[in-house]
Design a protein around this ligand. Structure first.
Ligand code: FE2
Ligand code: FE2
Length: 258
């Protein structure tokens, strides 16, 4: 199945006009599309199915769970399929059924192991303060982000264990946060703050046929070996902020295949 991948358009402040990629059979939006949600209307009437995994900025200034319910209503009206710890199956032109497993996969701050967690969480407080979000009536602080992240991790483990039983031939995982330190932004490397961007889900990657993510404002395309000799590609096609030059090298019309 041929797919187009976009993320981190940040339409709340950026100027960017998304266009359908010729040949793509599905558009994947891997989060941070627009913190105001207004930009999501641009994907209404898109010529192929649109899948959205919300990024952290889709929850800016909101209650996580109330926001999720409101976003679900909005996206249903726009014909966009929202995936927050959820999956769906789409069949391509050749009759191949592809399962799309989506989770924001908030940080659990264990990128550098349990020993590095406290330091990573201190670095992560900055992001929680910027978000000004809430969860269960309390600030969505680093501890709450970790709880939500662990629920995302548990969902992905369970979804990847689930037998296909003939219902799909391929599985694509979509997360907003990255599944590996291999996705670190080269500008920052393996700093404690990188645990607010990448999770140590390296063990899960080979269980998928393709892993798509956003959140890092740079591009990635690398392959993680599988036991059968094949490899799982990990792809990030984030746009980022033009005034920082983060959009240099973006290929918004590139088509990926699974
Ligand atoms: Fe972003
Ligand atoms: Fe993000």
């Amino acid at each position: 199945m041929k797919l187009q991948l976009l993320s981190d358009l940040h339409l709340e402040s950026e100027t960017f006009e998304p266009e359908p990629a010729p040949g793509a059979e599905v558009l994947v939006l891997a989060g941070d599309i627009d913190s105001t949600w207004q930009g999501l209307t641009r994907f209404a009437g898109w010529p192929v199915p649109v899948l959205l995994v919300p990024g952290n900025h889709e929850f800016d200034g909101r209650d996580i769970h109330q926001g999720l319910a409101q976003l679900s209503t909005l996206t249903q009206g726009l014909g966009i399929r929202l995936l927050y710890r959820d999956s769906c199956v789409l069949t391509d032109a050749q009759g191949v059924a592809v399962r799309w497993v989506g989770a924001t996969r908030w940080s659990d701050f264990d990128l550098f192991g349990v020993a590095g967690r406290a330091r990573a969480m201190r670095a992560g407080r900055y992001f929680a303060d910027v978000m000004r979000a809430e969860r269960h009536g309390r600030p969505f602080d680093a501890e709450a982000v970790r709880e939500e992240g662990l629920q995302c991790r548990a969902y992905l483990e369970q979804a990847l264990r689930e037998p296909a039983d003939g219902r799909w031939q391929r599985t694509v995982v979509i997360t907003h946060f990255a599944p590996s330190l291999l996705s670190a932004d080269p500008r920052y490397g393996a700093a404690p703050g990188t645990a607010s961007f990448c999770s140590a889900d390296d063990d899960l990657i080979p269980q998928a046929d393709l892993w798509l993510h956003g959140h890092l404002h740079c591009r990635h395309h690398y392959r993680v070996p599988r036991s059968d000799g094949s490899a799982t590609p990990v792809v990030c096609q984030a746009r980022g902020l033009a005034h920082k030059g983060e959009d240099l090298g973006l290929e918004p019309l590139r088509v990926w295949e699974v």
